[in-house]
Design a protein around this ligand. Structure first.
Ligand SMILES: *[C@@H]1O[C@H](CO)[C@@H](O)[C@H](O)[C@H]1NC(C)=O
Ligand SMILES: *[C@@H]1O[C@H](CO)[C@@H](O)[C@H](O)[C@H]1NC(C)=O
Ligand SMILES: CC(=O)N[C@H]1CO[C@H](CO)[C@@H](O)[C@@H]1O
Length: 318
């Protein structure tokens, strides 16, 4: 009797721990129901990446924007009036067609089994691997949400956010300062539109830039982002290495070559500078932390078990 009781409280404790840590996702969730899932997602991402390498940062960013709003439930993929996709922060998301393509193939291989939220989580991982970052195992078993509202898109950090504000937004999802610096390190691939940082390179009276920037870098940025332009030109966030998942982003930060104010402050703020220093000198430490932080992030608010649904197409609820 005592044994039964302690066994059952052990099981309760165990399921509590699983709920807190992985919230029910696990590596190999589809191993019997859809064994080809990872192969199909990888080959789809690879073929789109071959046509346009910017799809890699696009998918990584899309996964982040999915997880920070309503949890990693594919809500960012839903289209329609007032959906998350219509919010300002999501207007230039890219890679929807990659997810739709993978979903179409998966519906042939194993109909009604694989969630759009999982496809996005796997595609984000594959995007890192394709740009020469280190791969990791992605726990799966997410189910798709049925709610997507532009008005919920307010947890995302803005390009001018202080470290304290970024820390607060990440802490709301139990992501600590190391997670924050590692995940922002995803900017080692990808670009930003000039409009997101033009205030740093031109002030109201002319060509004066943020004094914390490398002043020899400023004229390059001013040339790529003309003051009379519409702000839509795009600039690599990791100058000189924008298509490779490496540590030069941190290196550039340390030399005043961060593009976004929210990236630059990771170097100028004492709370985050030592972590930037660590990652810029150890690619291994960065890769290990990035993978860990991605697994944490991609478990935010996941719907598992009987919650949510498996969408038939990723842009619409069933
Ligand atoms: C803008 O640049 C001018 C010229 O260098 C400088 O005198 C002025 O203080 C700057 N203004 C602002 C708001 O930074
Ligand atoms: C960054 O690096 C490249 C060299 O790869 C250079 O041509 C480019 O203009 C640089 N500057 C910016 C702001 O991207
Ligand atoms: C502007 C600049 O110097 N950017 C550098 C960023 O880091 C990469 C890799 O270390 C360099 O190749 C770039 O020149």
């Amino acid at each position: 009797m005592g044994l039964v009781r302690s066994l059952s409280s052990f099981i309760v404790l165990l399921s509590f721990l699983i709920a807190v840590n992985g919230q029910g996702t696990r590596v190999g969730f589809y191993s019997t129901t859809c064994p080809s899932v990872e192969t199909i997602v990888r080959s789809t991402v690879t073929s789109h990446f071959g046509l346009d390498p910017k799809i890699a940062p696009g998918l990584l960013r899309m996964h982040f924007h999915d997880c920070f709003v309503q949890g990693c439930d594919g809500s960012v993929l839903l289209s329609g009036p007032n959906s998350e996709r219509t919010a300002g922060a999501n207007l230039n998301l890219r890679g929807f067609e990659v997810i739709d393509d993978a979903k179409k193939q998966l519906e042939v291989a194993c109909p009604g089994v694989v969630s759009c939220a999982d496809i996005l989580a796997l595609a984000a991982r594959d995007s890192v691997a394709l740009t020469k970052g280190q791969s990791w195992q992605v726990p799966t078993g997410r189910r798709d949400g049925r709610v997507s509202l532009a008005t919920n898109v307010n947890n995302l950090p803005s390009p001018s956010e202080s470290v304290a504000n970024q820390q607060r937004k990440f802490a709301a999802f139990r992501l600590n300062t190391r997670d924050l610096v590692a995940l922002v390190g995803g900017h080692t691939i990808g670009t930003a539109a000039c409009g997101f940082f033009s205030n740093r390179i031109f002030n109201s009276t002319g060509n004066t830039a943020d004094p914390t920037m490398d002043q020899t870098f400023v004229p390059q940025l001013q040339q790529l982002c003309p003051q009379n332009g519409d702000g839509s030109n795009r600039v690599d966030l990791d100058n000189g290495s924008g298509n490779t998942f490496d540590t030069s982003f941190f290196n550039n930060l340390s030399r005043g070559r961060g593009i976004l104010q929210s990236d630059n402050v990771l170097w100028t703020t004492p709370a985050t500078r030592p972590i930037v220093q660590e990652f810029m000198t150890s690619r291994v430490n960065f890769n290990v932390q990035f993978a860990r932080s991605m697994v944490k992030m991609s478990n935010i608010g996941v719907k598992t078990g009987v919650n949510g649904e498996i969408r038939r197409i990723c842009s619409a609820v069933n």
